[in-house]
Design a protein around this ligand. Structure first.
Ligand code: KG4
Ligand code: ZN
Length: 337
């Protein structure tokens, strides 16, 4: 039996989870809502709030699982990428626990964690799989050949999809993070109210920064005619920008499946919580005869369940990290990136 504690603190969620033989027994997330008033994540504030919450979150995960510290067999943590000060809180806590308890330390890459979130479902996806990881910081197409290995075959050249949602939402007056609010307001809107140019990128890469500029110029011009334009058409505007982003993402995902001859596709990361993305993905998968996978809502945005499961895979392979090592810098590190 292997019982792994996972710790995630790369951005603004302080999270801990327990994985018992590949199954999640506890999953605790403390979301830092205070960033909303600043319009984005303030790194120093994020680190301080991780520092406040990390002990309680780990204790709660153990309590939810009905386990004691002595029951643990390994400590997994997010080693990067992420905000350095935020990562330091989780990594220091994990290293302290591993050293203090004499347990193996398991260093997990955050993006690998999002891919692994697709394996939390039953039945898990068959491999190879084309994964689209779409979060606030990243947008990547990954050819997944193994639980812990993938090849990046496409990426954004500028903004991440979640970042695009958040920036467009900000132009509409929504608080951070605006992605979920665009999703909510789009439910009563017309996705074809306004067609925005989809960025034409070669191959499997994405670009979203032009959409923000096009949208800004569009609403500025409309508001000169009608100052109430945004308020009057909020659901239609939300549905139109959501449709643009979702179509751009899915077009490339299905092109990638075809190009690499892959019959399984998955979408992970915070944006995979988007209801239009989920619905259209399901529809296009059935049309294309592709097996589609998307995590349950609790595993879309940042969480430690995905880190604990990735840690379990590392544990099974004996790929341990050294608490005295810095996984970002050392070539000797066993971190999986
Ligand atoms: O994976 P995640 O929690 O953190 C990062 O690793 O970045 O992703 C957060 C991102 C934010 O940009 C947020 O606006 C977006 O995911 N997001 C959504 C939805 N839920 C979260 N975007 C669109 N629709 C949603 N329902
Ligand atoms: Zn993430």
């Amino acid at each position: 039996m292997a019982i792994i504690l996972g710790i995630e603190s790369s951005c603004d969620d302080t999270a801990a989870a327990i994985c018992v033989d590949g199954k999640i027994r506890a999953n605790v997330v403390s979301a830092q809502l205070r960033h909303a008033e600043h319009g984005g994540v303030i790194p120093e504030l994020a680190s301080r709030m991780h520092q406040v919450h990390i002990g309680a979150v780990v204790r709660q995960a153990l309590a939810d699982a009905g386990l004691q510290l002595d029951d643990l067999n390994g400590i997994a943590y997010t080693a990067g990428p992420g905000l350095m000060g935020a990562l330091l809180v989780g990594s220091s806590f994990a290293k302290g626990m591993a050293l203090g308890l004499g347990l193996p330390l398991l260093a997990v890459n955050h993006l690998q964690g999002h891919v692994v979130s697709l394996f939390l479902a039953e039945p898990p996806p068959t491999l190879p799989m084309m994964a689209l990881t779409v979060s606030g910081g990243h947008t990547q197409l990954q050819l997944v050949t193994d639980h812990l290995h993938y090849q990046v075959v496409g990426r954004t050249v500028d903004d991440a999809a979640g970042e695009a949602f958040d920036k467009l939402a900000k132009l509409l007056g929504f608080a951070y993070p605006g992605g979920p609010l665009v999703d909510k307001n789009a439910k009563n809107g017309d996705p074809h109210f306004k067609k925005f140019p989809t960025p034409k990128m070669d191959g499997l890469d994405f670009s979203f920064s032009g959409l923000k500029t096009a949208f800004l110029y569009y609403i500025q011009a409309e508001q000169r005619q009608n100052p109430q334009f945004v308020q009057q058409h909020l659901p239609d505007l939300c549905a139109s920008i959501q449709h643009t982003i979702v179509s751009a993402l899915l077009d490339k995902l299905f092109a990638a499946c075809q190009q690499y001859g892959v019959g399984t596709a998955g979408i992970a990361g915070g944006v995979s919580a988007n209801s239009a993305l989920r619905a259209q993905f399901a529809q296009r998968c059935s049309q294309a005869g592709i097996q589609g996978h998307i995590p349950a809502f609790e595993y879309c945005t940042d969480n430690a369940a995905m880190i604990a499961l990735a840690g379990y895979y590392l544990f099974q392979r004996g790929q341990f990290a050294d608490a005295y090592d810095v996984p970002f810098a050392s070539s000797r590190s066993s971190a999986i990136y």
